[in-house]
Design a protein around this ligand. Structure first.
Ligand code: SF4
Length: 447
């Protein structure tokens, strides 16, 4: 790869699943503010629901999620009770009832027993109108999936399942503390498809300990042979000072920057040769998948789960650490399940922090969104490049090194520089000066 581009691969940048990004949330947004925002929603608003299940049976060494290990079922049952309380509280605070989409993430949502999962969906049915749901998605740990789960998910209306895989090679699975043979993954996919869940996503990773370029390519081939509609491919972000569980990964076993880049390229070449289209900087989809069609139509957007089609008027996050996106701004629940549940027991919301959006935030968010979804943006509707003097200065070296070009008011990122799109987007981030030292800890590497 071009040495000029490679020099940028170690730089960190936010993933811009929100703008402003989470490090800029503050306690100024509390439960009262969140309740007022919910109350101001239009009764006809279409809501997207995100339910966070922050438990796993054991913790993978590479994990960067808000999740806790439990071998017992009691904490999960207690958590489900608190989820039910939060669903009721949201329904009591907003006049909006129509649900456009539901997504379960974690942690491991399929740590919920099938009957408990169906119970929570019934609670949603009791409080909201689910007849308008167009997508109901769930993240799955293939190691815990049972036929009873698959049947319960299908019965509850789940349409899409995302399976965490990361890498299929035994030595890499040993090094990351997540052993799941390929047969276990293909059995899980067969179980889900057999139950009638027709849309399957697979998550892969590169940059893992002991992972070679050939390992990454082999994982991509095996994953594609299982026929998922979509794949997401993420670079492992090693930040043991931020996630202490990552201290179990020996730093000397991690691939260097050039190898990480070669792994990302090998996965991309493999998936594209096998018929997948590249979507944004980290997703792949079959050409007839709705995500691929949206990308061609310039209708992609970004949400907390990355690239999405989400066209809801507000995203309501339910569960510990979940983030809501309302027209007025972002609100995040307390991250620790005990603190979150106690706040709900006290009769209020568990909002710990957030940010109210200014008009300037909305403009910059829309611009960054288009840039990361389309790799090009016409700056004229945003006031022209002249409206962003600090961005002009930040873009100058990136233009010189071929990461981006500007012709008139049109800014575009050439195909070879697309892995670095977040660095270009960061030039338009008014808060970037305060990312500073925090940035290295909180944000992931460009590649
Ligand atoms: S199963 Fe997923 S959420 Fe749980 S520890 Fe492993 S990577 Fe993290």
């Amino acid at each position: 790869m071009d040495a000029r581009l490679l020099a940028y691969a170690d730089r960190t940048a936010p993933r811009y699943t929100s703008y402003p990004t989470a490090p800029h949330f503050s306690s100024a947004v509390n439960g009262e503010v969140y309740a007022a925002w919910l109350g101001a929603l239009d009764p006809a608003a279409r809501l997207s629901l995100y339910l966070h299940i922050p438990f796993c049976r054991e913790i993978c060494r590479y994990c960067g999620c808000h999740t806790f290990a439990t071998r017992k079922d009691e904490p999960i049952a207690d958590y489900a009770d608190a989820l039910e309380a939060e669903i009721a509280r949201v329904a009591g605070a907003t006049p909006a009832r129509r649900i456009a989409s539901i997504a379960w993430g974690g942690g491991t949502p399929n740590i919920l027993a099938p009957a408990l999962f169906e119970h929570i969906v019934r609670v949603l049915h009791d409080r909201f109108d689910l007849t308008t749901v167009s997508e109901h998605a769930i993240e799955i740990d293939p190691r815990l999936l049972t036929p009873a789960h698959a049947a319960a998910f299908a019965h509850a209306g789940v349409t899409r399942a995302s399976l965490g895989v990361q890498d299929f090679n035994a030595h890499v699975q040993d090094a990351i503390g997540r052993v799941q043979p390929a047969a276990q993954v293909s059995d899980a996919i067969a179980m889900l498809r057999g139950a009638g869940i027709g849309a399957i996503n697979v998550d892969l990773m590169y940059g893992l300990p002991l992972q070679s370029v050939a390992d990454a390519r082999r994982s991509a081939v095996l994953a594609a042979e299982m026929g998922p509609e979509r794949l997401a491919v993420f670079g492992y972000a090693h930040a043991p000072w931020f996630k202490s569980r990552q201290r179990l990964i020996e730093e000397e076993l991690l691939p260097d920057t050039a190898t990480r880049f070669a792994q990302a390229e090998a996965i991309q070449e493999t998936l594209m040769a096998l018929g997948y289209h590249a979507i944004g900087f980290d997703h792949y989809a079959r050409p007839d998948d709705p995500l691929a069609r949206a990308a061609r139509a310039g209708a992609l957007t970004r949400s907390f789960q990355g690239y999405s089609l989400d066209d809801g008027d507000a995203l309501i996050g339910i569960g510990a650490s979940a983030i809501s996106t309302l027209p007025q701004g972002y609100a995040q629940n307390a991250a620790e399940p005990g603190a979150w549940a106690r706040a709900l027991e006290r009769g209020g919301f568990a909002t710990a922090r957030g940010v109210a959006l200014s008009d300037e935030d909305r403009v910059r968010r829309a611009l960054i969104n288009r840039l990361l979804c389309d790799f090009a943006v016409d700056l004229a509707p945003f006031g022209g490049l002249g409206a962003f003097p600090a961005a002009c200065a930040a873009l100058a070296p990136l233009i010189q090194d071929g990461l981006v070009s500007i012709v008139g008011e049109r800014l575009s990122i050439p195909p070879e520089a697309r892995p670095f799109a977040r660095l270009v987007a960061e030039a338009f981030d008014a808060y970037r000066a305060v990312h500073g030292a925090q940035g290295a800890a909180r944000h992931s590497r460009a590649v």
